[in-house]
Write a protein that binds this ligand. Sequence first.
Ligand code: DMJ
Length: 668
Amino acid sequence: MTGILPSYQRFVNGVPVPSISRRSFRLREKYLIISVLLTFGIVWLGALFYLPEFKSSTSVNDSVYNVYKRIQKAGPELLMPPPLAQNEVGDFPVVGIARHGEEGDDPHVVEDRNRLKAKIDEDMGMKVLERPQFDVAPSGSSSRGPSKPPVDAIEEPALGNNAANKNVSPPALKVDSAVQKYVIPAMDPGTDIDVRRKRDTVKEMMRHAWNNYKLYAWGKNELKPMSKRAHLTSVFGGGDLGATIVDGMDTLYLMGMKDEFREGRDWIAEHFHINEIDSDLSVFETTIRFVGGLLSCYALTGDTLFRDKAAEVADALLPAFETPTGIPYALINPSNKINRQYHWAGANSILSEVGTLHMEFTYLSEVTGNEIYKEKVDRIRDVLHNIQKPDGLYPNYINPRTGMWGQRHTSLGALGDSFYEYLLKAWLVTNNEDEQARAMFDEAMQPALEKMLRTSPTGLSYLAEVKYGRVYEEKMDHLSCFAGGMFALASTTLQNTLSERYMDVAKKLTHTCHEAYDRADTKLSPEAFRFSGAAEARAMKSNEKMYLLRPETFESYFILWRLTKDQKYRDWGWQAVQALEKHCRVEGGYTGLVNVYHSTPVGDDVQQSFFLAETLKYLYLLFSDDDLLPLDEWVFNTEAHPFPIKDKNPLYRAAAKPAVVVHEDNRL
Ligand code: DMJ
């Protein structure tokens, strides 16, 4: 590189003379050039990753995505969220870019951080998913389990007694193969065929949710529909319990999806082993989703596999009940039997959790003949019955060691909700035998309505949050929207001084919940909505603006439709179906939304198991005839798993009581 070389010619007095120039650089110059190039490279790369305009610029989008993809190979995915890929722009929510809550202490951000950690752990030891083939014929009975379930018992669920209806076959569903996006056919409101098509739309949604779970997350708990991979959540621990399978089974059955039901049944027979799980499980979530789901399948089919698995799950939870009061701890590790409370609840258990085991445990005793389960929940009932209630209200926290209330916070939303629901339903499902439960329900509702039920300046009724007997937040959770259905059921099942009020409250609350949907750009409700200042049925904080595919409002539409036959409940349900299809459906399933007030919302990338268990089931039932799970024969647990009513429903399937043996000396 050194030396002097001729480079061009000069002319001196017209005579060309060789000219010389330097073709190389001095060492210092070389260093300078290299540093300039290096600096330029670093600045360019930095701009590529961090400047927002680069992130959203379509011109560089693909290359950014490719760079990300290459980096992803070198480490766990969530160390860097994927940028938006060009081919994912359009009708689908944006993939991956974390724009969740703007607030640092947002509990969902904290939760996301935990999930991130779990995700990294998972990625480090990820097993290859076991996936059944789509086009393989349903397998026969498993080698380990009992014979195949009688899924033929419910073929296509009946439309009802309208003979004209039965001969009408609905037009084929249209699927746009380019994006696999279902195209909702135009409807002719008010006709039977229209209702049938709406119901078929919901069934197709179930198929989409199930098929994608099967394809990308089979055997794992839930699906990440945008990332197209398994989703791990803390409520199910870190193990592979197939939560979506167990939770979704009875919906498949009711929809007549026999092949899928058989696949799920086979997976449960072969792979569902709760005692192998070595991480914390929520006693409540495991009960309502797993014990509840399995018991419903047992009632519907009579297949003893489901009953036995339900007992296996409940047995794994029993050590959590070993407390001085019998009130269970929140979490249990089935493998080492160690119990724990949620760290955010201190030493306390949660009212909605300890009060929402009664239906499952009582029915399990009935079908197994083993009293232990009922004894456990009766003990909880006794504590809650006998304890003094401040102002007649049940606080949300109770200490299982002392049996004393914790913080005096009362709610019909998060932390309180299904405790009240189960007081009513324990009475209903026992064919009114459990009178204590109904009495506790009516007694609890009087002060609860007095303190919590409020009316906004424009006349919307809502349930506020109460602390120490006073309203402290003019806020209603989406979770509270189940209350419309609960009050409607309470009203029509017992004539007392409260019946009329209950129905009035049921209709008003359901109207408010619909308003919360209607006032959002996506026509889907936020997680919580407020009634203060300028807000009327609208979320104010960023962590309230999400929609998690929740079912509660549709549950109330369904119950109120059955009980009043007011067409508006079906219309509102159909609006919800359209909104779900527009904003939550993605190629890989259904996602929740981060902000319902964005017209092109970002997805949260979680397909909750309750979307299959509850949301789609209630929407399907809303467009079905009343003889599919009639309300005087079935009661839904809080996860929408139907339980047969004792002495009214032949599918109750109580175990034969052991014969009483009388000895010669008259000893029993
Ligand atoms: C479900 O798991 C149950 O409905 C529970 O009672 C409350 N939350 C979810 C659905 O939102």
